[in-house]
Design a binder for this molecule. Structure first.
Ligand code: UDP
Ligand code: MG
Length: 140
């Protein structure tokens, strides 16, 4: 089934000039970029994006970090894009991520872990709409 998912290149990825390399990880596995923008979230926007984690102990630190510098937001399209993107990213904690994944290759820590990817169809729809209007998502 063709799906769309939202991925973010987090501040540590942009800061270390990994945008191109991260796009390559997705593109070489057949995920197509159908929308892309660079932006900086305010603290309030980061809190809204990660609202599902509001009760978690890392919520403040996470949203401080996510609003600390520019990020890249992208919509990826392809066969099973949601699961495929998560697989290419690897586990949240780079120490647990599989060899060859983005997080194993680049993540600095469990918090500064270089990329985000939607974890369900519901989250993907919501997260894509958070960053992009329909007009900004291109047919390929
Ligand atoms: N995070 C953290 N400490 C934790 C768990 C998560 O700092 O113990 C951060 C990390 O940046 C992670 C984000 O919060 O990517 C969202 O957590 P989630 O469990 O949704 O992980 P993900 O879906 O990004 O793998
Ligand atoms: Mg998540």
């Amino acid at each position: 089934m063709t799906e769309r998912t939202l991925s973010l290149i987090k501040p540590d990825g942009v800061k270390r000039d990994l945008i191109g390399e991260i796009l390559r990880f997705y593109e070489k596995e057949g995920l197509k970029v159908v929308a892309l923008k660079m932006l900086r979230l305010s603290k309030e926007e980061a809190k809204r994006f990660y609202i599902v984690h509001k009760e978690r102990p890392f919520y403040e630190e996470l949203t401080d970090y996510m609003s600390s510098g520019p990020i890249v937001a992208l919509v990826l399209e392809g066969e099973n894009a949601i699961a495929k993107c998560r697989q290419i990213m690897g586990a949240t904690d780079p120490a647990e991520a599989e060899e060859g994944t983005i997080r194993k290759t680049f993540a600095l820590s469990k918090g500064e872990n270089t990329v985000h990817g939607s974890d369900s169809p519901e989250a993907a729809a919501q997260e894509i709409a958070f960053f992009f209007s329909d007009l900004e998502i291109l047919a390929r």
